[in-house]
Design a protein around this ligand. Structure first.
Ligand SMILES: Nc1ncnc2c1ncn2[C@@H]1O[C@H](COP(=O)(O)OP(=O)(O)OP(=O)(O)O)[C@@H](O)[C@H]1O
Ligand SMILES: [Mg+2]
Length: 246
């Protein structure tokens, strides 16, 4: 299977060269663990190597992300101007009520038309095709999935979502929020349905916070399964592929 370099120092070593090409990978982590940094680093690195990227933000304001990432010397505006990156703001979807619930009683005239989940998928597909996108990052998918209270509907939507990304031929990252600690965490539906899962753990060890990464699964390729330390370095996330956490 062809590989796509992740752009994260040390991580390719855990994966034997990078993410499997054309697959959809879930990045799961707690607040501030570096999910957005991971996603942007992946796209910025792709842009350097000629892969056009699409970043879809479902939570943070695009301008805030651009500001935050300047600390790593990733000038997202510049990449956009050069046609190497497209930043899509889908954060209004998070605020819109699911269609099936109807309009909010306090805003009877408000409409969710045009900002539903299927519409977002269609727009993403169109952009990927029209702009020759090779790498996609969607950050984070959690609020989108919370729109579905019924397990079956949620499952269908998740499958449709991963299928659309896989059918596009892009190598995609989808971030997901982890609300519990490593020990008592419950597996999320997205973890079963995606092609690969990378976990960003925040652990306590002898009174210190330790950041650790683990490749939980990566269908089709052999990979390291140990928990390895990582840090926020001057050029983004860095993994120490041969070190152990404890
Ligand atoms: N130079 C830097 N610029 C920006 N953030 C940095 C820098 N160095 C370290 N950080 C860390 O990055 C963290 C934010 O990373 P990021 O936004 O990627 O996390 P996240 O997992 O996406 O968070 P959230 O769950 O809030 O979306 C900050 O809390 C901070 O600890
Ligand atoms: Mg984030």
């Amino acid at each position: 299977m062809d590989r796509v370099p992740t752009g994260i120092k040390g991580l390719d070593e855990l994966l034997g060269g990078g993410f499997p090409e054309g697959r959809c990978i879930l990045i799961v982590g707690s607040p501030g663990s570096g999910k957005t940094t991971f996603a942007v680093q992946y796209l910025a690195n792709g842009a350097l190597h000629g892969d056009a990227g699409l970043y879809v933000t479902l939570d943070e304001h695009p301008e805030h992300i651009k500001q935050n990432m300047k600390g790593y010397n990733w000038d997202l505006d510049d990449l956009e101007k050069k046609g190497k990156l497209l930043v899509m703001d889908a954060s209004q979807l998070r605020r819109a009520r699911p269609k099936e619930q109807g309009p909010h009683p306090m805003f009877a005239s408000a409409t969710t038309e045009g900002v539903g989940f299927p519409e977002l998928l269609k727009t993403i597909s169109k952009v990927i095709e029209g702009e020759n996108i090779r790498r996609v990052a969607l950050d984070p998918v959690t609020s989108l999935m919370l729109r579905y209270s019924e397990e079956l509907k949620r499952r269908r939507a998740t499958v449709a979502f991963f299928d659309t990304l896989a059918d596009s031929g892009c190598t995609s990252l989808v971030t997901s929020e982890l609300k519990t600690s490593l020990m008592d965490r419950r597996f999320q539906l997205e973890e079963f349905l995606s092609h690969g899962v990378v976990l960003l753990h925040t652990l306590m060890h002898e009174g210190n916070v330790v950041r650790a990464v683990q490749v939980e699964k990566m269908r089709g390729i052999p990979h390291d399964t140990q928990i390895r330390p990582y840090q926020f370095g001057p050029s983004g996330l860095e993994v120490f592929p041969r070190d152990k956490v404890f």
